[in-house]
Design a protein around this ligand. Structure first.
Ligand SMILES: O=c1[nH]c(=O)c2[nH]c(=O)[nH]c2[nH]1
Length: 360
């Protein structure tokens, strides 16, 4: 409605109406806004060889937003559309060295360039791509120009970023394709960076890392009541889909930032190592050992939190078919599932990872 039309009807002008907080006991509480899930793919071209970073970036900004909510004044509101554009522009201008570094650039930009924005929280999910292995062309044949330059390397793991150099032949006569990729395992690397103008907090992690031990797992000696029917077991499958977050001790200032990619790969390695090497009496115990191994080996990390669904595998009764089942055939139930969650902390540090962060 135009201003004149509104005046004619006597309707209040929303631009000058008083905030309800002025007359009623109603106040604005915590609020934030931004653009969620900007999908950005950054390709870096090194001749024929391309490198891919595939990110899902969510920006949440907060600060002096009372007028926006009470009065509809947008003077302090940097549009969410601008936040999206900034993600794309920064991918171009700064590249994507690591998920953490990219999030740090963005958080710093919003807090330092907009007076009204006092805090920025950037969440990044990174999807891995592996190079497709292709038959290596015959020596001197078509297609060897430029790419077969003798550099070695492979895509750097399931959530890696296809950063291996293409061109080196495997023993089976294949070589990583220079610019053809297949989505890595279903696991996703995650990070959340928060900056309030002074202090940084970085919580990185992963989700959907599916792991299984086909033995070395027992579960017995548990509390029982009249509804307990579970049979005690001394040999079972232990399988879970790991969602984990770890908080860095780094808060900015003079402290040098951790080497983000190396830290991620090593943390993931320790997590998997602890899962594989723990003789498990419960998933709770395995969770603790995974966190403990990370805290023991990665001094840059102060706190780890896991959410571990227990993917129950039940032995199938094959007796109706006249068959035995010596821990060979299982029914993999998808629901309901036990859900084991917990935080493992460096002594003397505060637990700060919110319980719901492992449930994005
Ligand atoms: O590792 C386990 N922890 C539990 O708490 C639990 N509860 C259950 O029924 N099975 C299991 N397994």
């Amino acid at each position: 409605m135009t201003t004149d039309a509104r005046a004619a009807t006597g309707a209040p002008d929303p631009r000058t109406a008083q905030p309800s907080g002025g007359t009623r006991p109603v106040l604005l509480g915590q609020n934030q806004y931004g653009k969620a899930e900007t999908r950005v793919v950054r390709i870096t071209r090194d001749g024929e060889t391309h490198h891919i970073k595939d990110l899902n970036v969510s920006v949440a900004l907060s600060g002096a937003m009372e007028d926006a909510h009470y009065r509809g004044s947008n003077a302090h509101v940097l549009p969410t559309d601008t936040a999206k554009n900034t993600v794309f522009a920064f991918a171009k201008e700064h590249g994507v060295e690591s998920a953490e570094q990219f999030a740090i650039h963005l958080a710093r930009h919003f807090v330092t360039s907009q007076e009204a924005i006092h805090r920025a929280r950037i969440r990044v999910e990174e999807y891995g791509w592996d190079r497709i292995e292709i038959a290596r062309p015959a020596e001197g044949g078509p297609g060897t120009d430029g790419t077969a330059d003798g550099r070695t390397g492979t895509a750097d793991g399931p959530t890696g970023t296809a950063d291996g150099q293409a061109g080196a032949a495997g023993a089976d006569g294949t070589a990583p394709a220079p610019h053809s990729f297949v989505r890595g395992g279903r696991e996703t690397r995650t990070t959340q960076v928060t900056f309030d103008g002074d202090t940084w907090e970085v919580v990185s992690g992963l989700r959907d890392l599916v792991v299984m031990n086909s033995t070395d797992s027992e579960f017995h000696g548990y509390a029982k009541d009249r509804y307990t029917t579970l049979a005690e077991t001394y040999d079972r499958i232990l399988a879970t889909r790991v969602t984990g977050c770890w908080r860095f001790g780094w808060h900015g200032g003079e402290q040098p930032a951790p080497a983000w990619d190396e830290s991620y790969q090593e943390t993931r390695r320790h997590l998997l190592g602890a899962f594989a090497q723990t003789y498990s009496l419960s998933l709770q115990q395995t969770l603790y050992r995974m966190g403990e191994r990370i805290i023991d080996h990665r001094p840059e990390i102060d706190e780890v939190r896991f959410s571990l669904p227990n993917r129950h595998h039940f032995l199938v009764d094959l007796e109706p078919f006249g068959l035995g089942n010596d821990n060979e055939v299982y029914f993999a139930a998808d629901r309901p599932f036990g859900l084991i969650e917990g935080t493992v902390l460096r002594a003397g540090r505060e637990a700060r990872i919110p319980a719901d962060l492992t449930h994005p």
